[in-house]
Design a protein around this ligand. Structure first.
Ligand code: NAP
Length: 309
């Protein structure tokens, strides 16, 4: 069994070590040193160059290095008959939960206002709101959205989530489908986006959606830049409809230097780092799925291209 790894060039060594640990005795190759393409049965990829997957004649399964698979779906030559397996692993989920909780607390406790006050050496107390009175709305109650929702509920926040199908998450109010979206937005002070990027969710964070939030709400987008219409976000920030935003993802990445988002005083920007796949736990997850495939079981976390995630 040969596995081809195509990751970011600067993290290949840690991936290789983790894969060798969890797939002992297997042949692991790092793209572009693929050797004989006919040997390769599994590909573990991040932004594969278009045509790479199609050039592997004996490929059996495609693993995504990240939770999102839009980078694989973007390849017009992707062999459509092969299962694409998205990354579900403890390290990634923990990292996303940390980031979302950190940002929710940051907005909840008015840290951006205190930072601006500090720039002016201004000593002024802002009246705090109890967590039980702060309404959090999470778009997407999948692996990552659910984990974040559960932790936030543990802080005592009033948490709701929105998904395609109804969910039962202790301490979290579930809204679903098109009909449920408006109701959740209307009761949301801090909106977190953790949706996959699909035809249905692209551009969802637009003027129409933002207008349904209570005035002065905050937005945290840790999903994909394709979800947000940046001109609409800027307009909502200017009008005060949005008070603050944390953006980890952008329509164009890296965010161009001339984007007004970089310098906007009400925006926190991070370079798509909300959650990073952790090679050790990720390699373990890949190895478990390969063991399933090789024992004739269906792999876990296979993407349904019919619904787009
Ligand atoms: N910024 C970063 O560093 C980073 C890192 C990792 C992941 N991400 C992003 O996070 C996304 C979510 O990951 P995940 O593992 O949590 O995905 P997931 O387990 O597939 O969950 C997706 C959730 O979105 C819901 N959903 C999808 N389409 C919908 C629609 N049209 N209307 C309503 N709800 C919809 C699903 O509803 P159902 O449950 O009803 O199916 C599900 O609850 C990834 O796709 C990726 O883009 C970002």
């Amino acid at each position: 069994m040969t596995l081809l790894l195509k990751s970011e060039s600067d993290d290949a060594a840690s991936w290789l070590a983790a894969l060798q640990k969890h797939l002992p005795g297997r042949d692991i190759r790092v793209w572009p040193d693929s050797g004989d393409a006919a040997d390769i049965r599994y590909a573990l990829v991040w932004h594969p160059p278009p045509g790479l997957l199609a050039s592997l004649p004996n490929l059996e399964a495609i693993f995504s290095v990240g939770a999102g698979i839009d980078h694989i779906a973007a390849d017009p030559q992707r062999p459509g008959h092969l299962p694409v397996i998205r990354m579900v692993e403890e390290g990634l989920t923990t990292g996303m939960t940390e980031f979302v909780v950190m940002q929710v607390l940051f907005h909840h406790r008015d840290m951006l206002s205190y930072r601006h006050q500090a720039e002016e050496c201004r000593w002024r107390e802002i009246t705090a709101v109890p967590a039980s009175e702060r309404r959090i709305g999470i778009l997407g109650l999948g692996v990552l959205g659910r984990a974040a929702a559960e932790k936030l509920a543990g802080f005592g926040f009033d948490v709701a989530g929105w998904s395609r199908s109804p969910k039962q998450v202790p301490g979290v109010t579930s809204y679903h489908g098109e009909a449920g979206l408006g109701a959740m937005l209307a009761r949301t002070d801090i909106l977190v986006c953790l949706l996959p990027l699909t035809d249905e969710t692209e551009g969802l964070l637009n003027a129409r959606l933002l207008a349904q939030l209570p005035r002065g709400a905050c937005l945290i987008n840790v999903a994909r830049g394709g979800h947000q219409v940046e001109a609409d976000l800027l307009a909502a920030l200017e009008s005060g409809q949005l008070k603050e935003a944390t953006l980890d993802v952008f329509q164009e990445e890296p965010l161009p230097p001339d984007s007004p988002l970089w310098r906007h005083p009400q925006v926190i920007i991070t370079p798509h780092i909300a959650a990073q796949t952790m090679p050790d736990t990720a390699a373990q997850s890949v190895a478990q799925n390969i063991a399933r495939i090789e024992s004739g079981q269906a792999p876990l976390n296979v993407v349904d291209f019919g619904r787009g995630y």
